[in-house]
Design a protein. Sequence first.
Length: 573
Amino acid sequence: MDIFQILAMTGGLSLFLFGMDLMGEALERRAGAGLRSLLGRLTSGRAAGLLTGLGVTAVIQSSSATTVMVVGFVNSGLMSLRQAVNVIMGANIGTTVTPWLLSLTGLESGSMFLRLLKPSSFTPVLALAGILLYSAGKGSPRRDTGAVLLGFATLMTGMESMSGAVSGLGESPAFRRLFLLFQNPLLGLLAGALLTAVIQSSSASVGVLQALAVTGQVSYAAAVPIIMGQNIGTCATTLLASIGAGKNAKRAALVHLSFNVIGSAVWLTAFCAARRLLPPALLDRPATLAGIAAAHTAFNLLCTLLLFPLSGLLEALVVRLLPDGRRPDLPPRLDPRLLAAPPIALERCCAEAADMARNAAQALKEGLALVADYSAAGADSIRRREADSDRWADELSAYLVELSAQPISARDSAQAARLLKLIGDWERISDHAENLAEAAGELHGKSLGFTDQAGRELAVLSAAVSEILDLALAAQLERDLRAAAQVEPLEQVIDSLKDRLRTNHILRLQRGGCAVDAGFIWSDLLTDLERAADHCSNIAETVLDLDRPHQLREPGPDFLRDHRRFADKYALD
């Protein structure tokens, strides 16, 4: 093999790996909500978990990506270890799709139909369609579809380049001796494991094996142990992903390793026994591309058939190997491993943003109650909620920025940007809740109070703010567009109320009916309540923009009717 063949082999391998990576990422983005929905159907049922793992892996063309997702789900508490066992088994079957696609490069026939199935015939067409969609579909799903086609075309081009570069090795005595060494099952197993651990993809390493099979020197006796080793090597990615994770996430990675090691050990033993019983000529025949794909599929199916009925025992084994400590692991709210599946990571962010919203809304309601009836315990509760909101805002913002840097769809990117807006508004609402607690504490500490009339007026404004808070919360948590549409007319009523209350307070000061010190606190309360209502308006606007992005919403009959209703409801006597 001369220097030019080595360069061609290196270039083909690079194109092959790049095409596989590009296609996998684009498929994941293109699947988007469908992938999210599929994973959302996970149940404790073993068959459902198996089919889910199979389906997701078949879609994104990577069992490593699926198992890394599983580690993230388990670590975040989104999936139990029992569910993970079945999903991992399904992922091993789903990864067998790619070798069958690659086997098309080995088709040889004079038939026009079969010649059209060869990648050299249809890859140029896919590449042309892919570049047209990719160039014309900026910011749309068409761009991801184009990337899928381009990735597949690059993958197949790399495969053919590798096959062409190594085809001359069939005449090389050194290459022949190398694969004679792999006739030793343990050496073949080790070679397959190391190759897959290096390139981090069992599908890709099977593709390399298929390319080498073009030489005619790769027998089934050598190929089968290598395939078994490739399944073990793919566990390296999952094990790396579990570093720093909780106990259950480490167990999920160990399930993946145990499944492949046990399956390989059992079937390698059976294979060695078969070699003694079957005629040597059968296993010594040169492996074909389709034959390697069939062996890969058969091995993964046999492993699943063997261990699927024993999934409970597999779970018990890893729990025994990694027993619980004195303190149980608490799953992190936002696991970086979920970034491997951006749609799922975004779903997790939405759930966390919802929890943050409930926390901030409750803090403001407690602040409203505290002004009327102060207690030190109530003030402490508000301060804790405000600190929690700050932590949520910091963690979610950093996570969403990191998520936005991932290859995600335009729709998911816009959703992440809107979540950042919502987080900012709820964090400011919790700040206003703390301000209310401080104002209530100052009133209590200085033994100050408001006049009866001021108290009645503040109760009206507090009721209006409580309602706008409920509307904003319903708008975000339930995507209630009717509730969102009612926020702005109520916010305008609250603005008018604040102005009226400030004017009434000035009149009381002029008549000497209100203390000056209490007046400063009164002004601060009005400002905090009015600004909290403003943030509720921002939240409703963001929710409406999700449904009708960038559309102007002029006040219409519904707006005017709601405004009149709220004005009557919160009119001052």
